[in-house]
Ligand binder design. Structure first.
Ligand SMILES: [Zn+2]
Length: 304
């Protein structure tokens, strides 16, 4: 665990890991990585998220030590050392009245971190349509919605203007809509499918590849051309233990390769960053698939 190491030892471990991550993308002939699913939040909010995972509240029945429990500047520096050319700053509220404040923090973070995608969020509450439109106007290029943590219904009428605005602006939204690692009242393919039926051109990025409902969320990607999936935690030893990816779905994963995006959940992961990359390589879907997933698809979707 990083936070148990003396600082010098931790720095050494990180520089060795950075060299291995850089070797991974260089071997593929890429100029670096784009990671669509990383988290940056106000320090007091992030501290609560870390306490939640480390306190055993994630509902996974096993330890979840935070591998990159570092000050913000060091976390940004580490992503740069890994060669991550663009990363997101996903944040999300767990209650009403919080999203607009998170968005103003995220706007400041984006202003001081030019390689971070300006990210924003919302909650099912009156006024959501207005502050989402405001965030888009202020330059937000990616949104995050967490249906498990927020425990709201994505079909809520207060969100209709939100989905409409995101669709019109073609701004992607990463939605944690799968039932892993623990289900919520509105997780699973049903509720978000109803949103897509009303807004079929929404650029939706299904977080965690939809775990554990991998097949149902691949169905959505096959049905709606603007539905993508991020790889966050999928195929790693940690996730395979919780929600194994069925080998029978691999051909569909290969076929959907143009709409699968590297995501890692950095820094809130209980294992090294490299694990995610090695897990993708182990799928054995070829170098072209890896190049698309680890870089090119995201560049096409959100730019550089
Ligand atoms: Zn996440």
């Amino acid at each position: 665990m990083t936070n148990a190491c003396p600082p010098a030892a931790a720095a050494h471990a990180h520089s060795a890991e950075a060299a291995a991550v850089v070797a991974f993308w260089r071997d593929l002939g890429l100029p670096g990585l784009v990671d669509i699913h990383t988290h940056f939040m106000p320090p007091n909010v992030l501290a609560k998220v870390w306490a939640f995972f480390e306190g055993g509240h994630a509902g996974v029945g096993r330890a979840w030590p935070i591998a990159y429990r570092l000050p913000e500047e060091e976390r940004v520096a580490l992503l740069r050392a890994f060669g991550v050319r663009r990363f997101s700053a996903l944040l999300y509220p767990h209650k009403p009245g919080m999203a607009a404040w998170l968005n103003s923090w995220a706007s400041g973070f984006a202003a001081r971190t030019p390689d971070a995608l300006h990210s924003a969020t919302f909650f099912a509450e009156p006024g959501a349509g207005a502050y989402v439109a405001e965030a888009i106007g202020a330059g937000a290029r990616l949104f995050k919605a967490h249906l498990q943590v927020g425990a709201y219904d994505p079909r809520d009428e207060t969100l209709d203007a939100v989905w409409g605005a995101l669709t019109e602006a073609r701004v992607p939204v990463v939605v944690h809509c799968g039932s892993g690692p623990a289900p919520g009242p509105f997780t699973g393919p049903g509720p978000i499918s109803a949103v897509l039926a009303r807004h079929p051109r929404l650029t939706l990025i299904v977080a965690h590849l939809g775990a554990p409902e991998y097949g149902e969320f691949l169905d959505l990607a096959e049905r709606y051309p603007r539905v993508h999936l991020d790889t966050t935690m999928a195929f790693t030893g940690f996730m395979e233990h919780l929600a194994p990816f069925p080998a029978a779905l691999r051909p569909r994963l290969a076929a959907a390769g143009g709409r699968i995006l590297l995501g890692s959940d950095f820094p809130n992961i209980p294992y090294p960053y490299l694990d995610q990359l090695e897990a993708l390589a182990r799928l054995d879907l070829g170098a072209a698939w890896l190049r698309a997933v680890c870089h090119d698809n995201a560049v096409r979707l959100v730019g550089l």
